[in-house]
Write a protein that binds this ligand. Structure first.
Ligand SMILES: NC(=O)c1ccc[n+]([C@@H]2O[C@H](COP(=O)([O-])OP(=O)(O)OC[C@H]3O[C@@H](n4cnc5c(N)ncnc54)[C@H](OP(=O)(O)O)[C@@H]3O)[C@@H](O)[C@H]2O)c1
Length: 288
């Protein structure tokens, strides 16, 4: 399994497993058990997915040592603020028994993300978080955060798939030693992504699936992937993209699929001027 080195020297697996939209409880636990059994060693969860505890329970039950699984989670807006962030980190680590997170992200660039970042910096210094970063932050906001704090985000997890490629943003982040991680690589199955003619043709040429070609296209640009599936055959498929080499022409053909905007109206990165969405995100409560 390939890894990428973060700015602080921590090695992060290039391929991980996302658990968004998997039902909390037994469903998440079973999916993570299956993922670990099939060789995944990185799991991406979040307070907002309400399944951090199920991820932790699956790791424990799997018998895979804690230090061999790279666990990422994200702080929701409900717990933003310097002290509130640290309190939530302490709460979730104690409740799940995970001891530490390998990577912990600010989930949204809203509310008091400056104070919250300082809370993450402190938890990082205390060893509770091995690396810290952000999600859904545009380069301008990332730079402002970097210029007004001590530690720069080590990762930015953003929506990236053939229909929304954010090439300039990816370049800026990578040029600033921030590892880029893709969420929604398959557009969550929407937009006919799996039957797209350009992708289908490339998949046939490599005797691979469209899913594997999309993941290879991301990996080839040094982008970390965390595809989600509740089916073991697909989990295995999605692990099999690290050795695919796409040609320059194939990379160019996929670049041509970019539609230049988010596929989701709730992606704050591309809908920052939508007051209704800002309200929905700020109002959301993800735990008692
Ligand atoms: N930071 C953020 O704001 C944010 C936002 C969204 C997501 N994320 C993270 O990114 C992860 C991935 O994104 P996502 O879950 O939204 O969507 P995704 O990975 O783009 O797509 C998942 C969908 O594709 C299907 N699928 C998976 N592998 C397949 C394959 N090989 N062939 C055919 N269909 C396949 C899945 O169905 P089955 O499950 O039925 O197989 C599911 O319907 C999330 O789980 C989460 O960890 C982060």
């Amino acid at each position: 399994m390939k890894t990428i080195e973060l700015a602080n020297g921590v090695k992060m697996p290039m391929t991980g497993f996302g658990v968004y939209r998997i039902k909390p409880g037994e469903d998440t636990k079973q999916a993570v058990l299956d993922a670990l059994k099939n060789g995944y060693r990185a799991i991406d969860t979040a307070a907002a997915y309400m399944n951090e505890g199920d991820v932790a329970a699956a790791i424990k039950e799997s018998g895979v040592p804690r230090d061999q699984v790279f666990v990422t989670s994200k702080l929701w807006l409900q717990d933003y603020g310097e002290e509130a962030a640290q309190k939530e980190i302490n709460r979730v680590l104690a409740a799940t028994g995970l001891d530490y997170f390998d990577l912990y992200l600010l989930h949204q660039p809203l509310a008091d993300y400056y104070g919250t970042w300082r809370g993450l910096e402190q938890a990082y210094r205390d060893g509770k978080l091995k690396a810290i970063g952000v999600a859904n932050f545009t380069p301008g906001v990332v730079l402002d955060l970097m210029m007004n704090n001590e530690i720069a985000p080590m990762v930015d997890q953003i929506e990236l798939h053939p229909y929304y490629q954010q090439a300039e943003n990816v370049k800026w982040l990578q040029d600033h030693q921030i590892v880029v991680e893709s969420w929604g690589p398959f557009v969550n199955g929407q937009g006919g992504i799996f039957t797209n003619p350009v992708l289908t043709k490339i998949a046939a040429a490599h005797d691979k699936t469209v899913a594997q070609i999309i993941l290879a296209w991301l990996l080839q640009r040094n982008i970390v992937i965390i595809p989600k599936s509740v089916h073991e055959a697909r989990m295995q498929q999605n692990l099999g993209s690290e050795d695919i080499q796409l040609t320059a022409d194939e990379m160019k053909a996929i670049a041509g699929l970019d539609q230049g905007h988010s596929a989701f109206d709730w992606n704050i990165m591309d809908n920052f001027n939508n007051p209704a969405m800002i309200k929905v995100l700020n109002d959301a409560r993800v735990h008692d």
